[in-house]
Design a protein around this ligand. Structure first.
Ligand code: UT7
Length: 332
């Protein structure tokens, strides 16, 4: 195998999909005791997208995956590995990637899911990159996708105002030296697994168990305030390590795309890292928190808005349930 396969992986194609239906803060005012003013000042979110009746995770995966495959200029049969990062799968068995595989036509791809909550997409970048680097895979399709609104407790105002649905996808291919993913790192701290969780719906409390139903366990729960502080520290800390390792100064970066959880977190992380406001990308106002879909959706939008061009240096960083976090420096 030529040396190029051992350098790194580059984003050869990218795309996203957001369901048509949206839910505004004014809509939420009718569901729980909240206000546009509270949601806007505390989170920066104005609206989020919601899957239609009859639509589910795999529909989103297929829409975003098709875009990324077309953008990469390959045919689906050329994909060797297909990873779906999600916390809200189509169903527990089989993997959402297996269900989506024939619909996308990626019939030659080994296909499975990655579960790392909001960090799932960046975790998948690191997994996919390994197989590109060792020369065993040529095209890796990664889709971060979520149907969070199906798992939201619409009586819990602390969480239901935050989340939205969507999917974002990339195709990874071998990169020559100095291109693609230049540095990447990932972390897990399971001692804080209670910060963001869905306690029911698994083998401890199956969805049909009395506890699950009586205690409303199969819903997303979050210790928001505690999570906020760790999120800022973790994303800023790991991103700084990655930048330092690559010898990149904050002013040399074209765009910083942090996980879109909350505008206050996005700003705080950007500030800690010494980025100017215009270096920090945010679309949280229009999509809310889409967990593992957040970064590829934001990156595609940034490209289409002309904020990120081929050859630019971009840094992405994610944080979520696990707790998990990850940062990648990419020459796009
Ligand atoms: O994607 C994974 C990573 N996720 C995150 O990183 C999210 C991290 N956390 C956050 O973004 C924020 O903590 C939240 C947006 C979730 C909450 O903001 P906060 O400023 O931390 O608010 P809080 O939870 O401390 O609540 C402050 C007050 C409380 O009232 P009291 O106890 O002070 O009377 C809440 O009951 O705001 C109240 N509150 C609300 N009021 C109106 C909480 N949610 C709402 C709401 N509308 N939707």
């Amino acid at each position: 195998m030529h040396d190029i396969s051992r350098s790194s992986a580059r984003i050869a194609g990218i795309g996203y999909y957001l369901p048509e239906k949206t839910l505004t803060n004014a809509d939420l005012e009718k569901i729980v005791e909240t206000s546009d003013e509270w949601i806007t000042t505390r989170t920066g979110i104005k609206k989020r997208h919601v899957v239609a009746e009859g639509e589910a995770l795999v529909d989103l995966v297929v829409r975003a995956g098709n875009e990324a495959i077309a953008d990469a200029g390959i045919i689906p049969e050329e994909v060797d590995l297909f990873l779906v990062a999600t916390a809200t799968p189509e169903q527990p068995i089989p993997a959402s990637a297996a269900i989506a595989q024939p619909k996308l036509g990626v019939v030659n791809a080994v296909s499975f899911d990655i579960s790392a909550a909001c960090s799932g997409f960046v975790y998948a970048l690191n997994v996919g990159r390994q197989f590109i680097m060792n020369g065993t895979m040529r095209n890796v399709l990664i889709v971060g996708a979520e149907c969070l609104t199906r798992y939201v407790d619409w009586s819990d105002r602390k969480t239901c105002v935050l989340f939205g649905d969507g999917a974002g996808a990339v195709v990874l291919q071998a990169a020559p030296e100095g291109e693609g993913i230049l540095e990447i790192d990932w972390k897990t701290d399971g001692t804080l697994s209670g910060f963001i969780s869905m306690p029911g719906g698994g083998s401890r409390f199956p969805p049909h168990s009395k506890e699950s139903i009586d205690q409303r366990l199969p819903f997303i729960k979050m210790m928001g305030n505690e999570t906020f502080k760790v999120a800022v520290r973790a994303m800023a800390g790991l991103s700084k390590e990655v930048l330092d390792r690559a010898g990149v100064k904050p002013e040399d970066l074209h765009l910083f795309i942090p996980h879109q959880a909350n505008q206050r977190i996005i700003q705080a992380v950007g500030k800690r890292l010494g980025f100017r406001a215009e270096q920090v990308y945010s679309n949280v106002a229009s999509v809310g928190n889409t967990s593992s879909a957040s970064i590829p959706i934001a990156m595609t939008q940034a490209i289409r808005e002309g904020r990120l061009e081929r050859g630019d240096l971009v840094m992405v960083t994610a944080f979520g349930g696990g707790l998990t976090w990850a940062s990648a420096l990419i020459r796009y």
